[in-house]
Design a protein around this ligand. Structure first.
Ligand code: 2NE
Length: 272
């Protein structure tokens, strides 16, 4: 793939394949791609750019180098009230917003995992729609070891994916799981040799690009509707509204309002 860099970020790289794929790479290999607040703000911006770009159909999230996808929150900027964007500022969990953004984003997001996906990095790969792992990938939670936890998507989605008993094991024991175990657990979709990781991920992306984008959009929203409660239903319902707005029935409501007349909905069928 002849990746073309888009935008200018400090902690990440955003690239386009030229045929519908955006790739976001966390570029902090010196800390195993741990994220600081700025990293998350930049990923969020890149996701917005990819969402708004109608030539983009699929997004890859990955980490620079072979050693790590992401090692979670950068413990060096962890304060007493969250993670600090700059000294003296109140701490926050910027990653909460990023999880929700990935869930709501109406295009598939694929985690491309080489090396460690641990702590908040494991949760990041979890909230992506698909995950392709290299054979050197290692997964696990570290939260309770460093005095932290993710009881949101980090616990709930994991339980839905691997079962509550296994999810509790992952969180309560903080062990590491290799790529083969992750595949057996359902944490990833497939495992490939490290050298072929990007080629395989791009192959999966191109298969999705050949399919109906709106069908994929509705499916993603449908998968999340029950899991995400009213927020999930809202996404699905507004996606339905996107279609409804194009109907003569919806247009009659809009035109009647603008014409200051009573709408005539009588000509539309009351479908069985
Ligand atoms: C990732 C892992 C297993 C890699 O081990 P290894 O042996 O390959 O590398 P090493 O030597 O541990 O790490 C290399 C350098 O990266 C830094 C290390 O401190 C080390 O720095 P130097 O000694 O070379 O100066 N590094 C690695 N991860 C870092 C991190 N997260 N923050 C800052 N520096 C980091 C091993 O490094 C590891 O276990 N890392 C820690 C994983 C972890 O506990 N992450 C935080 C969990 S909490 C969280 O992510 C979170 C949450 O629970 C809730 C909300 C938001 C975030």
């Amino acid at each position: 793939v002849g990746w073309k860099q888009v935008g200018d970020y400090a902690d990440i790289r955003l690239e386009h394949s030229g045929d519908g794929i955006a790739k976001i790479t966390i570029c902090r290999p010196e800390v195993r791609n741990a994220f600081r607040p700025q990293t998350l703000v930049e990923i969020s911006d890149a996701l917005d750019v990819a969402r708004e770009d109608t030539s983009i159909g699929v997004i890859i999230l990955t980490g620079q180098g072979d050693l790590a996808f992401c090692s979670g929150g950068d413990q060096r900027v962890r304060g007493d009230t969250g993670y600090l964007s700059e000294p003296g500022r109140p701490g926050r969990f910027h990653v909460t917003d990023l999880h929700v953004q990935i869930r709501r984003l109406p295009k598939p997001v694929v985690a491309m995992v080489a090396g460690y996906a641990v702590g908040g990095g494991q949760v990041l790969q979890l909230v992506c729609d698909l995950a392709i792992a290299a054979d050197n990938a290692r997964f696990g939670q570290t939260g309770p070891r460093v005095g932290s936890f993710d009881g949101g998507f980090g616990a709930g989605l994991l339980a839905n994916l691997v079962g509550t008993r296994k999810a509790k094991e992952i969180w309560f024991l903080c062990r590491q799981y290799d790529a083969r175990q992750a595949l057996e657990l359902g944490l990833v979709n497939t495992v490939v040799p490290l050298a072929g990781l990007e080629a395989e991920t791009v192959r999966w992306c191109r298969e999705m690009l050949a399919l109906s984008p709106f069908a994929l959009r509705m499916l993603k929203a449908s998968f999340h509707a029950a899991e995400d409660g009213l927020a999930g239903i809202q996404q699905l319902a507004h996606d339905a509204n996107l279609l409804f707005y194009a109907s003569e029935e919806a247009k009659e409501g809009r035109e009647a309002y603008k014409d200051k007349r009573t709408p005539d909905f009588g000509r539309f069928p009351r479908r069985p």
